[in-house]
Design a protein around this ligand. Structure first.
Ligand code: ADP
Ligand code: GLC
Length: 483
């Protein structure tokens, strides 16, 4: 029997994306279809979403959704149905999904995402004649009130699942918003939406849902500790029996070097020498010296404390002294952007920095860099190291979260057994990174071993097949637990 899932999320690739959440939400409907699960996804009607989907059919309307009229349009992305919540007073803005053009959070974010969750709960509880979901699946804090709204509605509800993509973002708002957010007075308690005296969106979802997932087994363990749990570790320990770590996959329709039209030359593990053409093109496009022997490191990332770029900056002088190059694309915290731009000035032709966002350049870096660096302090799953595996850019990663679970470290045993796919360092510090960089560069000079590592990575199964099976089983388990 086909299972019906309503996914609720604030990002969905390729409609709107600021990070890996979008990639996951975009890939899941297709991957789950193979497991007998029909997924429809509700996303906010941000301008870019409306532009990409075009006019849709109105399937629901609301006279007053937190301060203005709103509609739900049904559209299609590939095979799957996407519901867009059109609410101009909440989403028709010129900045990004969460912040204005200056990078400041919108002051009404509580309402912008409560609206998404509230409409998600309505659909989950039968507001649409042709779609009665068996499962309501909320992604991250922006959607996490959906299980809470359906819990407090007093009406029959489907099984509910909340996925934590990053526990650092929790959606915390003043308690005075309780009634304006349409939450009942009785919900403001520890067993409800209350969180250290405020309203916690993620907390509420985690407290009131039937199943919790996060995006790797290691992160599932980490967030139950005070070091990584960011205040929610106690709740997660108390609900440990329903916490599951399910790894993300790489969408093979988007991240496949054999078919990728964003790169210069297509290749697979048997035609690895063709990869050089992408390397040369990357050096040219990023104004790096046309140096065939340099150790070319790639980085594609948001720039934030989480991602550990300060450790990379600390290592640049020694890397440069050792015949390396760096190709980096990213945007985020201003002090990091400025430091990397200064490094580009200091090492012309050897350090190339692109501040901004470009899918094309992200793909070319994966296809052209020798090694791919992810020095995160914490990493729920991480997708770029999966893409690097697929593209033959050998990952160098810190041993945390999903990075730990997806890369096989090139220690002596793994090298001897011929199974290594990358390099790990731990704990994440500039010093341990320095050792990993030196080691990687040493192996890079041994062309045979390097090529073996590249083809190991390209052969690793990082597809959505296994994760999709796990989600389907989890949905069935959540339904069974309710009946
Ligand atoms: P996170 O979600 O924490 O940012 P992930 O590794 O899960 O980290 O996902 C990041 C996604 O965003 C990947 O698809 C990556 O290619 C993309 N990305 C990050 N920064 C940029 C950028 N500056 N330009 C293009 N793509 C980017
Ligand atoms: C978050 C995490 C990242 C994860 C992504 C998708 O943004 O930071 O590690 O891969 O979500 O689940």
């Amino acid at each position: 029997m086909t299972l019906r899932v309503l996914a609720v999320a604030s990002e969905m690739s390729p409609l709107v994306k600021t990070g890996g959440l979008a990639d996951v939400v975009g890939a899941l409907p297709g991957a789950l279809a193979n497991e007998g699960v029909e997924t429809r996804t509700l996303v906010p009607g941000f301008p870019e979403v409306l532009h990409a989907l075009g006019a849709g059919e109105t399937v629901l309307s609301f006279d007053d959704l937190f301060g203005g009229p709103a509609w739900v349009h049904a559209g299609r992305l590939h095979e799957a149905i996407v519901y867009t919540l059109i609410a101009p007073h909440l989403y028709a803005r010129t900045g990004g999904p969460y912040t204005d053009a200056q990078g400041i959070d919108y002051p009404d974010n509580a309402f912008r995402f409560a609206a998404l969750a509230w409409v998600g709960a309505q659909i989950a509880q039968g507001a649409l004649a042709d779609f009665a979901p068996d499962v309501l699946h909320a992604h991250d804090w922006q959607a996490a009130l959906a299980p809470a709204y359906s819990h407090y509605s007093g009406k029959p509800r489907p099984a509910t699942v909340v996925t934590i993509h990053n526990i650092a973002f929790q959606g915390q708002f003043p308690k005075e918003l309780l009634a304006p957010l349409r939450l009942p007075p009785a919900s403001f308690r520890m067993e409800g939406v209350e969180y250290y005296g405020s309203i916690g969106f993620l907390k509420a979802g985690l407290q009131l849902c039937d199943r919790i997932t996060t995006v790797s087994p290691s992160y599932a363990q980490e967030i139950e500790t005070p070091e990584f749990g960011m205040g929610l570790d106690g709740l997660l320990r108390a609900r440990a029996e329903i916490v599951n770590g399910i790894l993300n996959g790489a969408d093979e329709n988007v991240w496949n070097p054999a078919t990728d039209t964003r790169i210069v030359a297509r290749y697979d593990a048997s035609t690895l020498s063709v990869r050089t053409e992408n390397r040369t093109a990357l050096q040219k496009r990023m104004h790096l010296d046309a140096d065939p022997d340099a150790f070319l490191l790639g980085v594609v990332s948001r720039m934030s404390w989480q991602k550990g770029h300060d450790m990379l900056l600390a290592n640049l002088p020694s890397m440069m002294a050792r015949h390396s190059q760096l190709a980096l694309i990213g945007a985020g915290e201003k002090h990091l952007e400025e430091s990397f731009l200064a490094a580009q000035e200091a090492y012309p032709g050897r350090v190339a920095v692109w501040i901004g966002y470009s899918e094309n350049m992200a793909h070319l870096i994966q296809a052209g860099a020798d090694a791919f660096l992810v020095p995160s302090r914490f990493e729920p799953c991480g997708l770029t190291q999966l893409y690097a595996l697929r593209y033959g850019a050998v990952p160098i990663v810190s041993r945390v979260g999903g990075l730990k679970d997806t890369i096989i470290d090139a220690n002596d045993m793994a090298l001897q057994a011929g199974v290594a796919t990358g390099f790990q360092f731990s704990p994440p510090t500039a010093e341990t990174l320095a050792v990993a960089l030196c080691k990687a560069q040493g192996v890079f000079k041994d062309k045979k071993t390097w090529r073996k590592m590249q083809s190991n990575g390209m052969g690793a199964d990082v597809s959505w097949r296994h994760p999709a099976r796990r989600y389907a089983a989890l949905y069935r388990e959540a339904i069974a637990a309710r009946s």
